[in-house]
Design a protein around this ligand. Structure first.
Ligand code: AMP
Ligand code: GLY
Length: 421
């Protein structure tokens, strides 16, 4: 079986790594991949956003399955383009990917489906939006409608800060057309968790819960990043909540989309806030989370490919996913300076010092003259699996200590909140 994985970060390395363990031993391709995927797959030098070139490659090479990692190609319609050529693809069509691509659309679906979420109002006019701030308590949340590479959400502590964020999006167009409309939203308190659900258009299978760490520094200080670590399971998602999340969050969305003639197939990711106001949805994503996937997929035992195929065929059921009882912790090693400016091309050493039950997923790495060098802000995602979360965290940090590159930075408190709960 030939499988193409689209993307080149830690999430895609984790997907390729997990697929490589399926009993059918697939032949893997990764576009564009990184130095880590190069060890399991043949890297194809096509960017994940170049849908026409990916389609041309797929028409020539006929993969049996394509698994799409990032949101941008999904929102561009890669699934529609591949399906039109008879190519099987795991990932939602363009209309369904709007659950991530437009926060206004996602709110509209949540409201119609009765999914619990923060109260919000949408605006295209800055003066009207600023005037509406009076109807919201502080802090208040300002969100750009479209894709903004994880930077489109501002938690404003003052009305001045909120007004500045609104004007930056609607007047200065800092996110281009992605910020042509904004949402003003009530701030929700609580503990965040990520739920990744496999969806086949009608049914869903909930994967193990996880939590990521968005801020760059320990104790959730400093600017937001793409994610500095993750762990699974997230204790805030007690086992009794999983069926509630499936029935009240995931399935109502799938049904509401279906009612509108949109079939959702792939991963539906719900970013949840669990707190005094119960379970609320902060956002939906149309794909596996990064770095949640690096903690969640190692916890799936048995084969994964039949479950992905069942999503495409509309034959998904719980028996296709086998969850391992171990906990997983993932520590991201980033380049110093990230999420601001950082150096690239630093040689990474110690990658060969593997420990049992740990995997070093590559994110921003490349091969250069026989060495593995840094090529992105988030460089590695080091995952350990163990009977309990404390041991998994300790193991992950032991593995991190064996790896070095100039100006490496990582958080030292991954999963600490879970261990205090
Ligand atoms: P999003 O891109 O929608 O996931 O938002 C990014 C981050 O902003 C989330 O992970 C939360 O930490 C935070 N956030 C988004 N919406 C809210 C909200 N209504 N209340 C509190 N925090 C929020
Ligand atoms: N970890 C957050 C995301 O994948 O969007």
């Amino acid at each position: 079986m030939k499988i193409l994985v689209v993307g080149g970060g830690g999430r895609e390395h984790a997907i390729a790594w997990r697929l490589s363990q399926d009993s059918c031993r697939p032949v893997l391709f990764c576009a564009p991949g990184n130095a880590g995927t190069a060890a399991l797959a043949q890297n194809v030098p096509i960017p994940a956003e170049d849908v026409p070139a990916l389609l041309a490659w797929a028409k020539a090479n006929r993969p049996d399955l394509t698994v799409v990692g990032p949101e941008v190609p999904l929102c561009m319609g890669i699934a529609d383009a591949f399906e039109a050529e008879g190519l099987r693809v795991f990932g939602p069509c363009k209309a369904a990917a709007r659950m991530e691509g437009s926060k206004l659309f996602s709110k509209e679906i949540m409201t119609a489906a009765g999914v619990p979420t923060a109260r919000s109002l949408a605006f295209a006019d800055a003066d009207a939006a600023v005037a509406a701030l009076d109807g919201f308590a502080l802090p208040v949340v300002i969100k750009a409608d479209g894709l903004a590479a994880g930077k489109g959400v501002v938690i404003a502590q003052t009305r001045e800060e909120a007004a500045a964020a609104i004007r930056a999006m609607l007047v200065d167009a800092v996110f281009g057309s992605a910020g042509a409309q904004v949402l003003i939203e009530d701030f929700l308190d609580g503990e965040e968790a990520s739920i990744l659900a496999l969806v086949d258009g009608e049914n869903a299978v909930i994967l193990p819960s996880s939590q990521d760490h968005k801020r760059i520094f320990d104790n959730d200080q400093g600017p937001n990043t793409g994610g500095m670590g993750a762990y699974s399971p997230a204790p805030v998602v007690t086992p009794d909540l999983l069926p509630v999340i499936k029935e009240r969050v995931i399935l109502p969305v799938v049904r509401e989309l279906k009612r509108r003639g949109i079939t959702y197939k792939g991963v539906l990711y719900a970013g949840l806030m669990i707190g005094p106001r119960g379970i609320n949805v902060l956002e939906f994503n149309a794909r596996f989370g990064d770095p949640e996937t690096q903690a969640v997929l190692p916890r799936i035992g048995g084969d994964l490919i039949p479950a992905l195929e069942a999503c495409i065929d509309g034959t998904l059921h719980d028996g296709l996913i086998n969850v391992r009882p171990e906990a997983a912790a993932t520590v991201v090693m980033a380049a110093g300076g990230y999420p601001g400016n950082y150096a690239k091309g630093n040689v990474i050493s110690g990658l060969g010092n593997a420990l049992p039950d740990t995997v070093v997923f590559h994110a921003g790495t490349a091969l250069k003259g026989g060495s593995v060098v840094t090529s992105g802000g988030r460089v590695l995602a080091v995952t350990a699996l163990s009977a309990d979360l404390e041991t998994a965290v300790a193991r992950a940090y032991e593995a991190v200590a064996k790896i070095s590159f100039d100006a490496a930075h990582y958080r030292t408190d991954i999963a600490h909140r879970a261990m205090k709960l």
